[in-house]
Design a protein around this ligand. Structure first.
Ligand SMILES: CC(C)(COP(=O)(O)OP(=O)(O)OC[C@H]1O[C@@H](n2cnc3c(N)ncnc32)[C@H](O)[C@@H]1OP(=O)(O)O)[C@@H](O)C(=O)NCCC(=O)NCCS
Length: 208
């Protein structure tokens, strides 16, 4: 099955998740330029992420992609803003010809609960009713969601130098709407993070 999930977010912005079932030759036949990645599965993930860019916007100019010092890929002429993520057999991309964007896909793992204090501040622990790490095994879905949300914001910003506890402040999860509010301190932006739990992973994205 090729495209796993797709959403037209607004007039300018599209989101997609690819379930990787193809071999490398398939992607290489469709993605003219890509960087060398040693590990075969990571190479496949990288190729699938790139492949999605043109899947979402057929005129996406692969040959213009550059990589910043922060390792964020970008188009210097800003014809499109885009963000890529991969995890396991999934690759996700969000592409927009207007909005700045970030996306993250994470497979939930219990061990995330042991490092929540590295990326969540005290206010977030109480806001999201997360337990301290000694008792936190059952909280790992929420812990993964919050981690993924912050990764999406990190990618949306793209300039690095972000302290997850100090600069990305999450609040007000709305379960019905599948959103979390965010204040990004570095450039004083109020953002809405969107999320969806799939059986295999959580997907978060942000655009502004
Ligand atoms: C860069 C980073 C976001 C990548 O996340 P990851 O979970 O390892 O990998 P993902 O698959 O989700 O994303 C990888 C993609 O992100 C993109 N990317 C890489 N660096 C990026 C950056 N600085 N900004 C935006 N996007 C970036 C690339 O497209 C990359 O895929 P590609 O190389 O195949 O094109 C992550 O490694 C990172 O540095 N996070 C910040 C960690 C941190 O500061 N933590 C502090 C609190 S503990």
């Amino acid at each position: 099955m090729p495209i796993f999930f797709q959403q037209q977010i607004n007039e300018y912005t599209r989101l997609g998740v690819w379930k990787i079932e193809e071999n490398e030759a398939f992607f290489k036949g469709n993605v003219p330029l890509h960087r060398d990645v040693t590990h075969p599965h990571k190479r496949l993930q990288h190729l699938a992420g790139r492949f999605l860019l043109q899947y979402l916007f057929p005129d996406f100019p692969y040959h213009l992609i550059e990589i910043a010092d922060t390792r964020k890929p970008f188009l210097p002429n800003e014809q499109y803003h885009f963000s890529i993520s991969h995890c396991g057999d999934f690759a996700a991309a969000i592409v927009s010809n207007k909005n700045r964007v970030g996306v993250d896909v994470e497979i939930a793992k219990e061990k995330i609960s042991t490092i929540t204090n590295k990326y969540l501040n005290e206010k977030e622990f109480s806001e999201f009713k997360l337990l301290p790490k000694e008792y936190a095994e059952t909280d790992f879905l929420k812990a993964t969601l919050l981690w993924s949300a912050k990764e999406s914001v990190f990618k949306w910003y793209g300039n690095g130098g972000v302290d997850f506890k100090e600069h990305i402040l999450l609040s007000n999860q709305k379960e019905q709407e599948e959103t979390i509010d965010c204040f990004f301190v570095k450039n004083e932006s109020s953002l809405k993070i969107y999320y969806h739990f799939f059986e295999e992973f959580v997907l978060t994205w942000v655009y502004s």
